[in-house]
Design a protein around this ligand. Structure first.
Ligand code: PHE
Length: 456
């Protein structure tokens, strides 16, 4: 552990930290996973549950991770060990494993985004946006773009991320918002899009009542995934933070950005999908790509917009991928003193290999290994990681957490106890229920879809 003092930096500015955290949060989770989940889980009913989870669980959970990181100034494994003792470092080990799994398919989808970026340059998807998706979703080219995306991620993390991230997200966040607002306005003008708004925005409570067993774990998983919670990213990023930051305020800003961008994505995707007669659920993980590529093919200067949009989307995906890799790398560098570029390359190579089946296996055009990894990671592993950290902090170290939270705020007063008790009982309880449902759902996925597929 020698040399930690010299390695440890802090964020140069308040904006640096917020932007890096926003950069981690905003990514495929908002622009790809969110509309895909909304489509799969019944539209507005899911949206409602998701917003409920963001507020009830996302905000308190982010505060928990922030206090752990800033208190210890350590990587995620070291931080948990320092707070909870030796046994808790295994929870840190769980984080490392989650990082491996998520980044392995994240990078494949990041490769799709790069592919759509080049497709905008060449006009490759204009002929048939549905066929284009099927063509690029799996296969050897997919593997190639997975390798490119992974190499970019490794390159940035190997160089040390502060400058890279700070710069990238300063550009990314404002441009993404500008382009997306423009696209949302375009979507309003589409004939036949109205049904899309209804589907997305007016909750059908019958759907909620009949489908809650899958909506609840999906919404919880999406909340953790999109806010980068449950695997130590926010612990790691807050470990570079100085004591004068108001953690509550920062959480609010980060969550506000992340949720705003997700909601905006839905306002673009659903009217476009319904206007094109595709409906919401059919295209699954390809929905967003098919909808947007279809739109860019039709509107004036659409391909220019496509270049901008998929360019920004690539940066958004990269700035999240970096944070996933950084959790693993900071652990190996901190704890074993391994050279950063070497560690980054070896770990990146391992993650690439784990992503090979994701890129190559196709169930009639459907990249089914994504489901295998993604449901496990988001609904089961992230939620488990989140529950464990919350148990540790809220039940065993509430005094330290409150002390840490009050730095940069002054007195937290009654709200501090509200936070701790909220986490102690209702949050953990709801997440345990969600986790149980997630296990059932995953078992069903395995027995009804995956195993029959493997058997042919
Ligand atoms: N939050 C990122 C996104 O929405 C994904 C992510 C998950 C990043 C977990 C880090 C940790 O794309």
């Amino acid at each position: 552990m020698a040399g930690i003092d010299t390695i440890r930096e802090s964020w140069a500015t308040r904006a640096g930290f917020i932007l890096a955290a926003v950069g981690s949060a905003v990514g495929l989770g908002n622009i790809w996973r969110f509309p895909f989940q909304v489509g799969q889980e019944g539209g507005a009913a899911f949206l409602l549950m998701y917003l409920f989870f963001i507020l009830l669980i996302g905000l308190p959970a982010m505060l928990v991770e922030f206090t752990v990181g800033r208190r210890t100034n350590l990587n995620a494994v070291g931080a948990l060990r320092k707070i909870g003792g030796r046994t808790w470092q295994y929870v840190g080990g769980l984080f490392i494993m989650i990082g491996f799994i998520i980044l392995s398919y994240y990078s494949v989808i990041g490769g799709w985004v790069l592919r759509y970026f080049t497709g905008s340059l060449t006009g490759g998807y204009t002929a048939d946006s549905e066929a284009y998706f099927v063509e690029i979703a799996t296969g050897f080219d997919t593997l190639l773009f997975h390798a490119i995306f992974m190499a970019l991620t490794v390159g940035i993390v190997a160089l040390g991320i502060k400058q890279g991230i700070e710069l990238a997200v300063k550009l990314m966040v404002p441009s993404i918002i500008a382009i997306m607002v423009g696209l949302a306005i375009y979507a309003v003008t589409l004939p036949g899009g109205a049904e899309g708004y209804t589907y997305y925005l007016s909750p059908d409570f019958d759907v909620l009542a009949s489908e809650w067993r899958s909506i609840v774990p999906a919404a919880a998983g999406q909340a953790f995934f999109t806010l980068s919670l449950g695997m130590g990213v926010m612990i790691t990023y807050a470990s570079y933070l100085s004591k004068d930051r108001n953690l509550a305020e920062d959480s609010g800003v980060i969550i506000g950005f992340d949720t705003g961008i997700a909601i905006l994505t839905g306002l673009i995707v659903f009217p476009i999908l319904f206007a094109a007669g595709l409906g919401a659920a059919e295209p699954g993980p390809g929905a967003i790509f098919i909808a947007l590529a279809g739109a860019f093919s039709e509107i004036q200067y659409g391909l220019v917009l496509g270049v901008l949009f998929f360019g920004m989307f690539s940066i958004a995906a990269l700035s999240s991928a970096i944070s996933l890799l950084e959790v693993v790398v900071s652990y190996v560098v901190d704890e074993y003193g391994m050279n950063r570029p070497v560690a980054t390359s070896i770990i990146g190579g391992g993650i690439f290999l784990l992503g090979v089946p994701v890129a190559l296996v196709s169930d009639g055009g459907n990249p089914i290994v994504i489901d295998l990894y993604d449901i496990l990671a988001a609904e089961i592993l992230l939620v488990t990681g989140g529950i464990l950290v919350m148990v540790l902090v809220a039940w065993f170290h509430a005094d330290k957490a409150l002390d840490e939270l009050s730095k940069g705020i002054g007195s937290v007063g009654i709200l501090g106890s509200v936070w701790i008790w909220l986490v102690r009982v209702p949050v953990i309880l709801v997440l345990l229920i969600s986790l149980a449902l997630a296990f059932l759902g995953y078992y069903e996925f395995l027995s009804d879809e995956f195993i029959p597929f493997v058997r042919g």
